[in-house]
Unconditional design. Sequence first.
Length: 336
Amino acid sequence: MRRARISFLLPLLSMLGACHSVVLAPAGDVAAQQGHLVIVATALMLLVVAPVMALTVLFAWRYRASGKGRYEPQWSHATQLELIIWAAPLLIIICLGALTWTSTHQLDPFRPLTRIERGRPLLNKDRQLTVQVIALDWKWLFIYPQLRIATVNELVVPLDTPLDLSITAASVMNSFYAPALAGQVYAMPGMQTQLHAVLNTAGDYEGFSANYSGAGFSGMRFRLRGLPAPAFERWLAEVRAAGMQLDRAAYLRLARPSENEPLHRYAAVEPALYGAVLRMCVAPGTPCTGMPGLADTVPADRPTRTAALTGAGLPPPSSLPNSLTSASVASRRFNP
C-alpha cells in the first residue's frame, strides 16, 4: 500500500520539477523586492499556521479514545494559554501591517526608482527610458517616444536602465503583467497608469494580460527581452530598417480586434499618437476627452535623467517628440 502511494506521487513530483517560478526568481529589481515580500509575509503567517496544523494532529492523537491525554470535563480557562493564543497572532499582524505599509509605498508603481539593484543606487547619469504601452484587442502596442519607434507584442529594453512605462487601453479594461519585470498594473481606456521598473538580467521573458478581456484573451501575450547596450543598439537598427510607419491610419487598422497577432515593428511613429489614444480621439472627427492640451505638451521640468541613454541610441530631451509623456499625468494618476 505504501509503495502504491509513493508511485502515485512520483508523477506529480516530476511535473513540479518542470515548473519555473519566475515570481520568486525574477530578472528585475522591483520584481525581486516583490518576491522577497511574498516570502517574508508567508513566513510570518506560517508562524501561526504551522503550529496550528501541528497541534491539530497532536490533539487528535493525544486525546483519542485510547490516548494518554488527561480527561478534564470541567476545564474552561487557562490564562497562560489565552495569552499565547492572542498575543502571538497580534504580534504577527502588527509585523505584517508594518511590512505592508512600508512596502506599499516603497514599491508604488508610480514612484520613480531610487536604485538599479541592491547596493547600486540610481544616479543622475543613469538615463531613463520611457515606453508608452497600449492594450488593444488582443495585442500589446509599445511606443518608444524618445526613439520614435514602436513594436507590437515585443518589449525590448536595455539592461540596468530605469524604465518609465505609461500604460493605457484602447477598448476594455486590461492588465499589464510581466512577472520577470514587476507586478501587474491595470490598463484602462481614457486613463493612464504608470510602472517604474528595471531589468537586470539578460534573457527572453513572457508578458501577458492578467485580466480577462474577451475571446482573444488567452493569446494576448508579448515577448519581453532584456539586452546589453550593444545588442540593444543592433536591435534598434533592425527596427529602423524595417521601414513601416505607425500613423493614425495604421493604428486604426492595428486596433481592429485580432487574435494571436504576430510581431510588428515600426520605424517611425506619429508624435501625438499616444496622446490621441489616451484622449480617445484617434479617428478623424472624434472629439477628445480629458483635459485640453493633454496630448500636446511635454513638461519643461522633466528630470534630467530622462535625457540621452548613453550607448542605447536615445536622443537628448530637446529632440524628444512633442507628445504626451508619463510625467505630464503622474500627478493625476488614474484621472483622464
